[in-house]
Design a protein around this ligand. Structure first.
Ligand SMILES: [Zn+2]
Length: 340
C-alpha cells in the first residue's frame, strides 16, 4: 500500500500522456505531427525548457470539449490514486486554452465533471487552482480573473506559472489584490529558475500563502529563516528540477538540506507525463538519491496535508494525517518498499 499523501503542485495539462493525446486528437480531427505514440513519447525526451514548452503547447490543441477536460482529469486522478494521493490541489492554465478559442466555461466545467466526483470515483478529495501565465501581460491576467468570476464556486485559488525569469511577481500585484478581495487562496511559482528575491516579492507583494518550487531560497539564509519562522510551505518537484536543469542530478537536490533546515517542504510531480514520473515516483527518487529515512518520508507526507488548503475541512485533514501516522513501512531499502 502506498504512503498516503497530498499533491499540491500539479498542472493538469502536464498529465497528458501520449496515448490520451492521440485518442483526443482522433476524436477532434486534430492531426499531430507524430507517426504514433512511440514517436510522440520520444519527443517527450526534450532537452530544455523551450523544447518542453513547445511540445506542451502543441499537444494542448487536442483539448477542445468538456469531455476532453473531463477525460484528462480522470486519467490523472486514476494514476494519482494508485500512487497514494488522497487529496490533490490541481492547477490549470486557462489562458493557454482561451487563446485557442476554448471558453473558460468549457475548461472549468469539463474539469469539474471529474473533480466534482473524485471522492466517489477515486477516493480522493480535490481542489482547483487557476494559474496565470507570467509571460503574458498583467492585463491578460486581469481579464482571465474576470472571465473566471462566474465559476468561482469551482476554484479555490490563483497561481502563477510558466517562464519565470524576466517576469517578477510584482507584475501581477493588482490581479492578486483582486483575487484576495474575492476570497481566493494565493500561491505562485517563485525561485525555481528565478532568483530568491522573487520569493520575497511573491510573499510581500502578492501575499502568497505557499510557494511553488522555491528551492533557490537556499541561496539566502535570511529568507530561509523567514520561511521557517512563518511556516510557509514549499512545493518541490524533484524530477522536474532534473529535467529542466534546475539541478544537474537528483543527488544534488537541496530537499534533504531544506528539510534539515526546518523548511515545510512537500514533494510533487509538476508535469508528470513530461518529467518522468508521478508523485510516488518523485518520493522514491528522492528517497533513493538522498537516502531519506522512513521518518523523513513520513514527514514529507504529513507536510503535504499540513500545507494543503484544507482549512475548509479540518476533519478531513485530521483523518488524512491520522492515515499517515498509522502507515506502516515495510523493510525494503530505507524501509520503504512498494509504492511508498
Ligand atoms: Zn509547476
Amino acid at each position: 500500500m502506498p504512503l498516503p499523501k497530498a499533491e499540491l503542485h500539479l498542472h493538469i495539462e502536464g498529465t497528458l500522456e501520449p496515448e490520451l493525446a492521440f485518442r483526443l486528437a482522433a476524436r477532434n480531427g486534430v492531426v499531430l505531427p507524430y507517426a504514433d505514440t512511440e514517436a510522440l513519447r520520444e519527443a517527450y525526451l526534450f532537452k530544455d525548457l523551450q523544447s518542453f514548452l513547445n511540445l506542451y503547447y502543441e499537444l494542448m490543441t487536442v483539448l477542445r470539449t468538456e469531455q476532453d477536460f473531463e477525460d484528462l482529469a480522470n486519467a490523472y486522478l486514476a494514476r494519482a490514486a494508485a500512487q497514494g494521493v488522497r487529496h490533490a490541489e490541481i492547477f490549470f492554465d486557462p489562458q493557454a486554452h482561451i487563446a485557442r478559442g476554448v471558453p473558460m466555461r468549457t475548461i472549468v466545467e469539463g474539469l469539474w465533471r471529474a473533480l466534482g466526483r473524485s471522492t466517489e470515483n477515486h477516493g480522493m478529495s480535490t481542489r482547483l487552482i487557476m494559474c496565470f501565465l507570467r509571460d503574458e501581460s498583467a492585463d491578460s491576467a486581469l481579464e482571465t480573473l474576470e472571465a473566471a468570476r462566474p465559476h468561482l464556486d469551482r476554484i479555490i485559488g490563483v497561481g502563477l506559472d510558466s517562464a519565470e525569469v524576466g517576469h517578477p511577481p510584482a507584475k501581477f500585484r493588482e490581479v492578486y489584490e483582486m483575487a484576495a478581495d474575492l476570497g481566493l487562496r494565493r500561491v505562485a511559482h517563485a525561485g525555481e529558475e528565478g532568483p530568491p528575491a522573487y520569493i520575497t516579492e511573491a510573499l510581500d507583494l502578492l501575499g502568497v500563502e505557499r510557494v511553488d518550487h522555491g528551492l533557490r531560497c537556499m541561496e539566502d539564509p535570511d529568507l530561509v529563516a523567514r520561511l521557517v519562522r512563518e511556516r510557509i510551505p514549499l512545493t518541490l518537484c524533484p524530477l522536474s528540477n532534473v529535467r529542466l536543469r534546475a539541478v544537474d542530478v537528483l543527488a544534488e537536490h537541496p530537499l534533504r538540506a531544506m528539510l534539515e533546515a526546518g523548511l515545510l517542504c512537500t514533494v510533487n510531480s509538476d508535469d508528470p507525463a513530461y518529467f518522468g514520473g508521478y508523485v510516488a515516483d518523485n518520493y522514491h527518487a528522492v528517497r533513493d538519491a538522498l537516502g531519506l529515512t522512513k521518518e523523513q518520508m513520513r514527514e514529507l507526507a504529513r507536510n503535504s496535508f499540513r500545507a494543503s488548503f484544507l482549512e475548509d475541512d479540518e476533519d478531513l485533514r485530521s483523518r488524512y494525517l491520522a492515515e499517515v501516522d498509522a502507515y506502516e513501512f515495510g523493510d525494503g531499502p530505507h524501509g520503504t518498499p512498494g509504492r511508498g
